[in-house]
Design a protein around this ligand. Sequence first.
Ligand code: AAO
Length: 504
Amino acid sequence: MPAIRARGGCRTAAALTATVVLLLVGCAPSGAPENESDAPAQPTALGEAPGAGIQLFQLPWTSIAAECEQTLGPAGFSWLLTSPPNEHIRGAEWWTSYQPVSYQLESRLGSRAEFAEMVQRCGAVGVDVIADAVINHMTGQDLPGTGVAGSAHEHYSYPGLYGPDDFHHCGLTGDDDIHDYGSREQVQTCELVNLADLDTASAPVRDRIGAYLDDLLSLGVAGFRIDAAKHIAADDVAAIVAELPEGTRILNEVIRGAGEPIEPEEYTESGQVFEFSYARDLVQPLRSGVWTDPELSDPRPLHVASDDAVVFVDNHDTERGEAKVTAKMAGLYLLANVLLLGDDYGTPVVYSGYTFSDRDAGAPADAEGRVLPAECPPVVENGVVPTDDGARTCIQSWPAIGGMLAFREVVGDAPRLPGIEEGDAYAFEREARGVVAVNAGHAAETVTIPTGLPDGEYCDVVSGGREARTDGGCQGAAFTVDGGEAVFELDGRTAAAIHLESRR
Ligand code: AAO
């Protein structure tokens, strides 16, 4: 548990950022009456923060339903992202889910009835379901086979659904695969890792995709992650989305690639996009201990506008690839998630998967290949992740996650102010509503931040969770804001957050 306490008095601002904070929050400069900062600051935030989501990677529908009732609803998540729900190729690897065979809702994660029940039960506790929609392609199999629900398939033949004319045959590369992400034509008409690429400009193909999405909507899903959206022309995505009911949520997966011609900005017409720049920027200081504020403009450079962005620490691809901070580094991962949820940019999505040592390994399954149900305990100590292969990471059960979701509800859309760096530690304020502090180093560090929060004693929501404040005191750490200034004394690799309503 981090040791945190506050010292009285505003410190002299040595850095420009500190000066700006002092001016913005009205911390009394030297010589000004001390009691000015005793008056509660008037919170400026009126709007709500975008509701946070969670990606439950390869978790069966029955388990998700239970997870909604036990943890996700009470913690304050407003939506979740499933793995693809439709029939796919057979096999033990997780990525079989990304090779559709038919649009029947039968998969290794559960049946149609189980999916429908999950949507209802999650909805009943205020958690919307977003389904991962694999609509860019079908399988990458060169040999005929049958899917998990028994449907026959060949590379370009899916009886009753698609035939050879429904696919692109790009003719631009020797094997019709994408070799150059610098070529828009290759990326959008050739095959991504040999996956038969649907011709999404064709009316019959669009109709079949639309029917699949409508079927999911009829079961109550709130929207879709569009898998591999970069590989579908933005106009085609827009045309498919235009046929869906107004208000259907769309989250486009368009990885921002340096120097690539296809940019996430093209896809904001049809919905939000996952902003990969955010994840890359977020973890740099955690690894280096060198903190600078992100550009606090909207849009941030190399980012889509905040309203268009879905932001994350990692996802199922990046934890197996480019992500530098994942659940394998549990301490830093906690800090990364606190920063993600404490920020004023984008719609955050927390990631919950399972431990693996083999990149391809699927979640534990029964003899028929069905993924085994898995339950997370309601509470797991912050930063603790199991190390045995196949065990669920369960970070949604960390008190810090529920605590930071409560923080978001209280700070609403209050802007993030320039932060203060002190050694490996860093803190920033959500104007007059809350403060977040992290220490990325191994040694204890103290960071002092002037704050517009009223003086008083506060309960830390990272160690204390959503219900950090108890009748008699605090569940976790507590500290005092005094003279308009808080001092966070943080142990190595710990974080803290306080907000207006965690005041005792
Ligand atoms: C499997 C086998 C293959 C086999 C295939 C067919 O692994 O060997 O050929 O079956 O039988 C998942 C798995 C794949 C699996 C596939 C199908 O990851 O291993 O293939 O299911 O079962 C691109 C796409 C992006 C895609 C990503 C994986 O643009 O959409 O590749 N993600 C989604 C899913 C993913 C899924 C699929 C799509 C397919 O999330 O789980 O695949 O449905 C650059 C480009 C990116 C590109 C990456 C690929 O990224 O910009 O667009 O993503 O390269 O390597 C830096 C750079 C950035 C670069 C990044 C790479 O950050 O700045 O530009 O590094 O990490």
